[in-house]
Design a protein around this ligand. Structure first.
Ligand SMILES: Nc1ncnc2c1ncn2[C@@H]1O[C@H](COP(=O)(O)OP(=O)(O)OP(=O)(O)O)[C@@H](O)[C@H]1O
Ligand SMILES: [Mg+2]
Length: 502
């Protein structure tokens, strides 16, 4: 008769490549030959890694990242606490690691992995990562700015106006200039044309934009924008850290959604693959959903659904599974649930709900199991290569082969500065955009032909002065050529993120 552990493990046999997660525990006994695997072929069916603080979530991420990297699959990890930087350095063989290796049937060897450190904005030790306001789009930006639904749709109209005028919104000062224009005397007609935009709502948006700038948001928006191709190098582990923007968690999580939208736009349809093109880990996922607008939530749901066909697997990492809306949760194929606490009535509720999301099992009492898991153990179910849920497995997870913990900010900076992406992204570029163009409307740029001499200089308060400047032939032609150089047509995709037609 086969043992319960072997019976469970039989559901985890794979034909193709797989991440070796660990071995089965039943009645407190580990069976070192009952192996639990996460098939590479179903990584694009997404997953959840959850558990109370200190239960082993980050080490589980590390373990999955290592094996993906070794198999040539690129990984993007949000390194919120900086403790994943150890991936770049070989681990230390300690007594504990040796014991875990024995328990998990692991022929453990120390190993280091190719890490590319990235920092949000220019203030961190990694290679700076930026995105433009235009490509971020109104929905994501509203999340960052903490706008309500009305303000969000106003911002949408403002983007639309800027898009249609060929005014590129690259950095925060561009957006400030556009809103400034629309709420000024000269912009009155434009504002009216827009309809539905009240000057007071525009003022609220302007204020939250100033707050964002004061908190360092201005160093994130701009060019050169991160090209997703730089995340897709074979086996590369991209570690994204928040750095100075630690107090702007909303910016961090929305940036990750922007990246997903970019990936969706850039990658071709992939169909069923033996291994994903990228594994994308969203740490602190609760930040994404708290205070999210309806539009934002719908977009996440849709992005997660669609990105699968592009060969991207998304893993959400958070403390409680209930942090994630059901519409998203129900799409996650793999579940790696570390220990849950059951102190408060809320904890109890979350526990009961978590139990309900698992297939039935005769081997464990799940509510008890979920509260008695040891550190580095989890209740696991994944999708088999045939796409069916695997049996519920109390799993002792393997130890990472790289260093558990940080390598320190100096080592991160040194490696980032030596990487070839450094040259591409280190310096911020401030190209001509909405800010400069709106300023130029008031005073024609020096490199444009001067207005004909017969035009008298405009008095500042003379009515219609702006119209006269704008309708003067040289200025008109300047605006036209500038607009077509930027490319008037901007198509907006998922999340209203933009792709410029070049
Ligand atoms: N798979 C593992 N192998 C070996 N040790 C582990 C493993 N998982 C966890 N540990 C041990 O438990 C500690 C805590 O794990 P980890 O940092 O992954 O917790 P966490 O759930 O990410 O916590 P937090 O929510 O605070 O970030 C580790 O420092 C390590 O000593
Ligand atoms: Mg952690």
């Amino acid at each position: 008769m086969t043992s319960p552990a072997q019976e469970i493990a039989a559901g985890y046999v794979t034909e193709g490549q797989a991440v070796q997660l660990g071995t089965v525990v039943v009645d407190g006994q580990v069976d070192t030959s009952a192996v639990i695997r996460l098939p590479m072929a179903t990584l694009n069916r997404h997953g959840l890694i959850a558990g109370a603080t200190g239960t082993g979530k980050t080490k589980t991420l590390q373990l999955i990242a290592e094996q993906c990297s070794a198999a040539g699959v690129p990984v993007l990890l949000a390194d919120i606490k900086g403790d994943l930087s150890g991936l770049a350095r070989a681990g230390e063989s300690t007594e504990k690691v040796a014991a875990r290796a024995r328990d998990t049937g692991d022929d453990w060897q120390p190993a280091a992995f190719p890490v590319q450190s990235l920092s949000l904005g220019t203030g961190g030790p990694g290679v700076p990562v930026r995105a433009t306001i235009t490509s971020f789009g109104p929905i994501l930006l509203s999340k960052v700015l903490g706008l309500n639904d009305t303000q969000e749709s106003t911002l949408g109209l403002i983007f639309h106006w800027a898009d249609s005028r060929g005014l590129a919104l690259l950095d925060t000062k561009d957006l400030r200039a556009v809103i400034g224009h629309l709420t000024s005397e000269e912009g009155k007609a434009d504002l009216k044309q827009l309809g539905g935009v009240s000057a007071s709502t525009a003022g609220v948006i302007l204020r939250s934009l100033s707050n964002l700038e004061a908190q360092g948001g201005d160093e994130f928006f701009g060019e050169p924008e991160l090209a997703v191709a730089d995340l897709l190098r074979t086996g590369q582990v991209s570690l994204l850290e928040v750095g100075e923007l630690r107090n702007k968690p909303a910016l961090f999580s929305t940036f990750l959604m922007w990246l997903l939208a970019e990936l969706f736009q850039e990658l071709p349809e992939a169909g069923d693959l033996d291994a994903p093109k990228l594994v994308f880990v969203l740490d602190e996922a609760h930040l994404l959903f708290s205070d999210a607008s309806k539009a934002f939530l719908e977009q996440i749901e849709q992005t997660v659904k669609l990105i699968r066909s592009k060969g991207v697997g998304v893993f959400f990492c958070t403390q409680l599974p209930t942090d994630i809306p059901n519409a998203v949760l129900s799409q996650l194929g793999a579940r790696i649930q570390h220990a849950l606490r059951a102190f408060t009535p809320d904890d109890q509720k979350a526990l009961t709900q978590t139990v309900k999301t698992y297939p039935t099992t005769e081997h464990y009492e799940l509510d008890k199991a979920l509260t008695s898991l040891g550190t580095g153990e989890a209740i696991v179910t994944v999708l088999s290569e045939r796409g069916a849920p695997t049996p519920v497995a109390w799993t002792r997870l393997r130890a990472p082969r790289s260093l558990m913990g940080t390598i320190g900010v100096d080592a991160i900076r040194e490696a980032a500065n030596a990487s070839d992406l450094h040259g591409k992204y280190a310096e911020t570029i401030d190209r001509e955009s909405a800010y400069e163009k709106l300023a130029a409307k008031m005073a024609p740029p020096s490199d444009a032909p001067a207005p004909p001499p017969q035009e008298p200089p405009h008095e500042k308060d003379e009515p219609g002065a702006l119209e006269k400047v704008l309708s003067s032939a040289p200025v008109k032609s300047f605006l036209r050529s500038a607009a077509s150089a930027i490319g008037r047509e901007i198509t907006r995709g998922l999340f209203g993120t933009a792709k410029r037609r070049r």
